[in-house]
Design a protein around this ligand. Structure first.
Ligand SMILES: Nc1nc2c(ncn2[C@@H]2O[C@H](COP(=O)(O)OP(=O)(O)OP(=O)(O)O)[C@@H](O)[C@H]2O)c(=O)[nH]1
Ligand SMILES: [Mg+2]
Length: 209
């Protein structure tokens, strides 16, 4: 009697393979293959920065969602894919809590642009942000970097001149493309009409083209 799942001892037919479990046969007929999809090219943007700097908010705003009120830490990865006319942009956030920062460096060599988000009002932790940023810069000497000075709406926010100094951006070698962009991606109050995310997106598209 013939069985739909013959055992390994039965004779082999060309084009038919036996699975290691001795059970299922997987024919290699071309008809069974998935049709090739017309794929758009992909571009990869890594979004890093200390916890609470605004990375998830940035991804939400870019994908047309309203910002969340409080800080819900990202315990791992968070990503969005945004189509453009010429390519698709994958933005990948890795959470900024201390135990996740260890993984950041594993990804910098895999992407086209790094966005490094800074909370401009977090003066106390700026030295940490600086240290983490420079570790990443050392890992890939050619990667274009967009440093976002976020939360410029807060009264205690540091100025761009101060941030440039405190983050050690002047010292970066002139071969590399480094941008420092002011932003208030999720402003605390009304009256901030230019949140900066549109400007950052335009800059990213230029760098990725
Ligand atoms: N005032 C002000 N608050 C902001 C701004 N952007 C983001 N926030 C707030 O900052 C908090 C943290 O934002 P998230 O986007 O969750 O921070 P994150 O960088 O993703 O943090 P982790 O996932 O923990 O690494 C939230 O409460 C946001 O509403 C801004 O431009 N101005
Ligand atoms: Mg997050």
């Amino acid at each position: 009697a013939s069985s739909p799942c013959p055992g390994p001892q039965e004779s082999r037919t060309p084009g038919v393979q036996e699975a290691a479990n001795g059970g299922w046969r997987i024919p290699e007929d071309e008809e069974d293959e998935e049709p090739a999809l017309e794929e758009l090219e992909q571009r990869e943007v890594l979004v890093l920065g200390l916890d609470g700097s605004g990375k998830s908010t940035f991804l939400r705003v870019l994908s047309g969602k309203p910002p969340l009120e409080g800080h819900i830490p990202t315990w791992g990865f968070n990503s969005v894919r945004l189509p453009t006319k010429d390519f698709e942009v994958d933005l990948l956030e890795i959470g900024g809590s201390q135990n996740l920062r260890f993984y950041w460096k594993e990804f910098v060599n895999e992407v086209d642009v790094l966005v490094f988000m800074v909370d401009s009002a977090d003066r106390l932790r700026l030295p940490w942000a600086r240290q983490e940023l420079h570790k990443l810069l050392d890992k890939d000497p050619d990667l274009p970097v967009v440093v976002v000075a976020n939360k410029q709406d807060l009264s205690e926010a540091m100025s761009m001149v101060e941030l440039q100094q405190e983050l050690g951006l002047q010292a970066i070698n002139s071969q590399r493309e480094v941008f420092l962009v002011a932003a208030s991606i999720a402003p605390a109050g009304p009256g901030f009409e230019d949140p900066g995310s549109v400007q950052i997106w335009k800059l990213l598209l230029e760098l990725l083209s």
